[in-house]
Design a protein around this ligand. Structure first.
Ligand code: ZN
Length: 347
């Protein structure tokens, strides 16, 4: 066995690697395994195939009955297109994986395996369950890099209690869990259609973590891990945040944050994010136990941070985004483009 070659892609290669804007367009772009294989090939070798065995460039042999495999013209050895992706070693056809990732990336979160099975036209429930499980695993890996760190932009930080009474599976009254949050605040360009809402402010990237308590230690450690040093941070005047300036942040505490008008003025974006999070947790999952909460926070973060860019979500889910840097946020969060199928706007 060869070590899998890491698949690195330029995240900005939109023209060569289009993302469909509708289901019919999706079906036109990815009608069969051959079309999906061609996409994978382009994603991996933007400038043409390079044999990972002998480094020879040039058109490989293609095997009609095995679209996921290329063979080198020189050394004749084969290269699997799904190596290093979520599809590796799967017997499920590529176009089913592509369709599944498209559904997960672009449609209502929390689709059940049964709904999924029906949408994909699969005969076996187990197949649907496994695909969904693998794709969701890609969402619960936390994003690691720290947010903020940009001039002229600040980050709102706050904490909230999540949980309580739940219905359905795991029903009952659970102890509430403290969740800490940091969210980037961006500004729309003046003159765009939405620049009147909330003074043109909207959410950039988010970070969420279960916090042990409201102590300075818990909250400041969360900020240290989530927000780049030097960032301007706005919080309420809770003493737990008092140490942020010493830790190298440009910290501004807003007094009288219990007053809804003050909150709306100084911490509007994070409260919107909390409202969306709670709606999603209770509406989609009927509440979540403390044990699984961080995984759900990670899924929420994955969706939230890619909500304007399902193309990026789609590739991350399939595992073909590699270690590509986050998309160019100027373009991503210009605010001019909204996801066509998103069921709720989070900003
Ligand atoms: Zn070769």
């Amino acid at each position: 066995m060869n070590t899998p070659t890491p698949i690195l892609m330029d995240i900005d290669q939109h023209a060569a690697l289009p993302f469909p804007q509708s289901l019919p367009e999706f079906q036109r772009l990815f009608p069969d395994d051959a079309a999906c294989a061609e996409y994978l090939e382009k994603a991996r070798w933007g400038d043409g195939f390079v044999c990972p065995h002998c480094s020879v460039t040039g058109e490989p042999f293609r095997i009609a009955t095995r679209p996921g495999v290329l063979a080198c013209r020189k050394c004749r050895r084969q290269t699997g297109l799904t190596v290093g992706t979520v599809m590796e070693r799967s017997h499920t056809p590529l176009f089913i994986w592509f369709w599944a990732a498209y559904l997960v990336a672009s449609q209502t979160p929390g689709m059940s395996a049964v709904q999924f099975q029906r949408q994909l036209g699969l005969s076996r429930y187990e197949t649907a369950f496994q695909i969904l499980h693998k794709l969701r695993a890609g969402m619960v890996r936390p994003d690691q890099d720290r947010i903020g760190g940009r001039a002229n932009e600040h980050v709102e930080v706050d904490e909230t209690w999540v949980g309580g009474r739940t219905r359905g599976e795991g029903r009952g009254v659970h102890p509430k869990v403290l969740v800490a949050c940091a969210v980037e605040v961006r500004h729309r360009k003046p003159g765009t259609a939405q620049d009147k809402r909330k003074d043109g402010r909207y959410a950039g990237r988010i970070r969420l973590a279960v916090a042990a308590d409201r102590s300075a230690k818990s909250l400041c450690e969360f900020v240290d891990g989530a927000v780049a040093p030097g960032t301007m941070i706005v919080t309420d005047d809770w003493s737990g945040y008092a140490g942020l300036r010493k830790r190298g942040y440009d910290h501004h505490a807003i007094a009288e944050c219990g007053d809804p008008e003050m909150t709306e003025e100084f911490l509007p974006i994070i409260h919107l994010a909390f409202a969306n999070l709670k709606t999603w947790l209770t509406g989609t999952h009927h509440g979540v136990s403390a044990q699984h909460l961080q995984a759900y926070l990670n899924e929420f973060t994955f969706r939230f941070n890619r909500r304007f860019y399902p193309f990026n979500a789609f590739r991350s889910l399939l595992g073909i985004a590699g270690d590509a840097k986050a998309p160019t946020y100027a373009e991503l969060y210009s605010g001019d483009w909204m996801h066509p199928t998103s069921s709720s706007c989070m900003c």
